[in-house]
Design a protein around this ligand. Structure first.
Ligand SMILES: *Cc1c(COP(=O)(O)O)cnc(C)c1O
Length: 417
């Protein structure tokens, strides 16, 4: 069920007319549907019901505390990639024993914080990281529980910037080095080897790459068992795609069934780290048209959101559907939807048929729940937008619009000037 729907020509989020939110919040802002988030999480969770598993939301896809709190309340964990994300996950109430920490560049300080917080597991991505983690755990008189992140060398059909499971990518440890790395991890006093992990990319719309990766992990698992390792966690990462335009990604149920079939009766806890599939279509960006202008061969619609608010179109050439907040019953025009930032890359849509928006009209940029606010910046000294959550008839600002004072927070003009 879609929770962004028109009633009498007006776009609603659940039971709230979006125009009413604009009156109180201004534009631009991100808008999330609580019902959509919980449904997506429940469907994903439910798909693995009969399997020993843990669903850990990928915090980098959307890091707002209110959103993380929803998963905490539904028994979810967190997949984190920095100390800042650890701070957020804990603040949102996600229990540390449901937190898994990936990333190729964990700093010693971040490792300390994670060990002190008693997180469940580090996904280690290099030999040197392993040595550093061991040293830090030793200094702290504790043991670090780890999985080794394998780069399973599988082909994916996603954008190269979000493909991560190939030897040309910086992530994980290669298949041929895997067993050696496990062996050297075993020699380390303050390392407890408990898992195997991978994450092969994002916005994957085929099941096969996941299954290929899982098969390769299973092969290694078999070797590790022979070598008497006690591996109890298998982490498959995230990556399940969503429909932005006309993609037909597998349903979570289909994904779960296929995985379970390949996995068989392994005595293991499966860790899943979905991000986009939960939150991508649960959020939209609301912006207002400032001006329109036409050149010899182009129509431009200039809105008050920019690439600093939503960088995906220019970074990944990604597709976002465009909808009017109040239905426009006139013939469509071909136009570019662009922002105010001083960059040619500041666009949301190029040469697409859309309603003939006019100055003052409100525009919804759809599928902007994942990798959207979490990638926002202050470029052009633009305060980052507000974030709003709707739950049935209620709405709440879950992050205030930044102010000009926020922009200069921490900046100092030194005495010698
Ligand atoms: C980014 C990331 C995810 C989430 O990916 P989605 O495509 O949003 O599901 C999961 N695990 C790791 C290690 C990641 O880096």
């Amino acid at each position: 069920m879609n929770h962004f729907v028109y009633k009498d020509d007006n776009l609603f989020c659940e039971d709230v007319p979006i125009a009413n939110i604009v009156e109180q919040v201004g534009t631009p802002f991100y808008l999330y549907s609580h019902a959509t988030i919980t449904r997506h999480f429940r469907v994903f969770e439910g798909a693995f019901n009969d399997f020993d598993h843990l669903t850990c939301f990928s915090v980098k896809s959307n890091s707002n505390l209110a959103i993380l709190r929803i998963f905490a309340l539904h028994g979810g964990g967190a997949d984190i990639v920095s100390g800042g994300e650890l701070f957020r996950a804990l603040r949102a109430g996600i229990p540390p024993d449901k937190i898994f920490y990936s990333g190729v560049g964990k700093t010693p300080e971040e490792m300390k914080l994670a060990l002190k917080s008693n997180i469940r597991m580090f996904n280690v991505e290099s030999e040197q990281e392993l040595q550093t983690l061991n040293k830090i755990a030793n200094n702290m008189g504790c043991k670090a529980t780890i999985a080794i992140r394998i780069n399973p060398e599988v082909e994916t059909n996603t954008h190269p910037y979000i493909s991560t499971g190939h030897s040309e990518n910086k992530f994980g440890i290669s298949l041929e080095d895997a067993l050696n790395t496990y062996e050297s991890a075993r020699q380390l006093e303050n390392i407890d080897v408990k898992g195997i992990s991978c994450h092969i990319g994002s916005q994957l719309t085929d099941i096969d790459p996941f299954l290929n990766a899982l098969r390769k992990l299973k092969d290694i698992l078999k070797e590790l068992k022979k070598m008497a390792f006690d591996i109890t966690f298998l982490n498959l990462g995230g990556g399940l795609g969503i429909t932005y335009d006309d993609e037909k990604p597998p349903h979570p149920l289909e994904y779960a069934m296929a995985l379970k079939k390949v996995l068989g009766k392994e005595n293991i806890t499966l860790i899943l780290e979905p991000g986009r599939v939960i939150i991508g279509n649960a959020g939209i960006l609301i912006t207002q048209v400032l001006y329109t202008k036409s050149t010899k061969n182009k129509n431009f619609i200039i809105v008050d959101a920019g690439m600093n608010d939503l960088i995906r179109p220019t970074l990944y050439n990604s597709f976002h559907a465009i909808q009017p907040v109040k239905m426009i019953h006139s013939e469509m025009v071909v136009a570019d939807l662009v922002g105010p930032v001083c960059e040619t890359g500041d666009f949301f849509v190029k040469d697409r048929k859309m309603p003939p928006f006019k100055s003052g009209d409100l525009v919804a940029i759809m599928s902007a729940g994942a990798y959207s606010f979490s990638m926002a910046s202050n470029y052009n000294s633009r305060p980052r937008p507000a974030e709003v959550m709707v739950k049935e008839k209620l709405f709440s600002i879950i992050r205030s619009r930044e102010t000009y004072d926020d922009l200069i927070h921490g900046e100092v003009i030194p005495e010698f000037l």
